[in-house]
Design a protein around this ligand. Structure first.
Ligand SMILES: *Cc1c(COP(=O)(O)O)cnc(C)c1O
Length: 379
């Protein structure tokens, strides 16, 4: 899609005008694994579907365009995308990562990467001085999530980009929470952007997928060789589902954001809530209840919002990071980082904002009654 159109328009039109033969407005799903060669050395551009599939290509072009890079790669999950990017590194390399990191990424770093001799160390990316002083001669990359999950802290990508350039490091940014509509890391000096497209990009809680974007030719080639060589590619049907979801991303983001702001306002003045963490944009927020015993009954009393472990979909989901997304982080590390047992995370869906607020309010009240009742029984 031509650059003269806005991102919203390019997203909506993502799979239109892709099929010259039929003029299909919605690009077809190519389930074929093999493509005919008319003769030796001749190819339509497609040979074998792990290497290239026309449906996956629509998705890869769309995300590359949206992030402002020239190379897009669709993987079977966000974790597969992260693993693909980590495959750029080798024994003896050192990576500096965000302290407050998605639990699955932390688990991959801790449990899998030591065997390849790649060291990962953690710093608070808001503290630029400690990021820079953590750089060693064998440091190769900064791996950043912003805003962080679940504490919603924003890092300064521009400044991190400068540190990366100065020390010849790759700046890798997991842009799952903001999407390219709110944040375009390549423009701030990042070299690689990663998405768990399972979240906002897919948006309907119906497809697991990961995306990678890079702009540099050498990185693009290396990432292509990793994707094709290892084969963590996204299937054609899932690629199609993802494109379909992405077409409405800008509408959804507006509503997610509007709902998040409304829920924040409600929580901010609620007597049972001690803290609300919201970075000011996006659809994700976290909050702390005044007594951690409220957590379980609160989650049990939700009637609209679902207690489930994901985010970014049209349905509102509440997550308890301590036992779900962040369970693999040792408790003392987790609590020291601020992911305490009274912390809940909310992914605001696109339902009516009053319905979401009313559901959380009634669940909080029911939870409060329940723990008060328990106390009466014991005293
Ligand atoms: C969910 C998530 C991942 C992992 O993606 P999957 O699609 O679940 O494999 C990575 N990073 C962030 C920030 C996430 O929220």
């Amino acid at each position: 899609m031509e650059r003269r159109y806005t991102k919203e328009t390019r997203l909506v039109q993502a799979s239109n005008r892709k099929d010259d033969r039929t003029g299909a407005v919605n690009a077809p799903i190519y389930m074929s694994t093999a493509f005919e060669h008319t003769g030796v050395g001749e190819s339509t551009g497609y040979d074998y579907a792990r290497t290239g599939n026309p449906t996956r290509e629509v998705l890869e072009e769309t995300i590359a365009d949206l992030e402002g890079g020239r190379y897009g790669f669709a993987c079977s999950s966000g974790m597969a995308a992260i693993q693909a990017v980590l495959s750029l590194f080798s024994q003896g390399d050192d990576i500096i990562a965000s302290l407050d990191l998605y639990g699955g990424t932390y688990r991959l770093f801790r449990e899998y990467w030591p065997q390849w001799g790649v060291d990962v160390r953690y710093v608070d990316p808001r503290d630029l001085q400690s990021v820079e002083s953590a750089v060693k001669t064998n440091t190769r990359a900064l791996f950043i999530e912003t805003p962080t999950n679940p504490l919603m802290q924003e890092a300064d990508l521009q400044a991190l980009g400068e540190i990366a350039r100065k020390h010849d490091l790759l700046l890798i940014v997991d842009n799952t929470f903001y999407t390219p509509l709110l944040q375009r890391p390549l423009e701030s000096g990042a070299d690689i952007v990663i998405h768990s497209a399972t979240k906002y990009l897919g948006g309907h809680n119906d497809v697991v997928a990961g995306l990678i974007v890079a702009d540099d030719d050498e990185l693009g080639t290396r990432l292509f060789n990793i994707q094709n060589g290892i084969g963590m590619t996204l299937g054609a049907f899932d690629a199609w589902l993802l494109v379909r979801g992405m077409k409405t991303l800008s509408l959804r983001m507006e509503k997610h954001q509007q709902n998040a702001a409304a829920v924040c306002k409600m929580l901010g003045s609620h007597p049972l809530i001690t803290e609300v963490l919201y970075p000011g944009q996006g659809g994700m927020l976290s909050f702390k209840v005044h007594d951690e015993r409220l957590v379980d009954p609160l989650l049990r009393h939700l009637q609209l919002v679902t207690f489930a472990e994901s985010l970014g979909g049209v349905e509102s989901l509440m997550t308890y990071p301590s036992v779900q997304t962040h369970a693999d982080i040792p408790e003392e590390v987790r609590v020291k980082n601020g992911v305490t047992n009274d912390l809940l995370r909310l992914s605001c869906g696109i339902e009516n904002e009053q319905d979401i607020s009313a559901d959380i309010t009634q669940a909080l009240e029911a939870a409060e009654k329940q723990i008060a009742g328990r106390e009466e029984r014991y005293t």
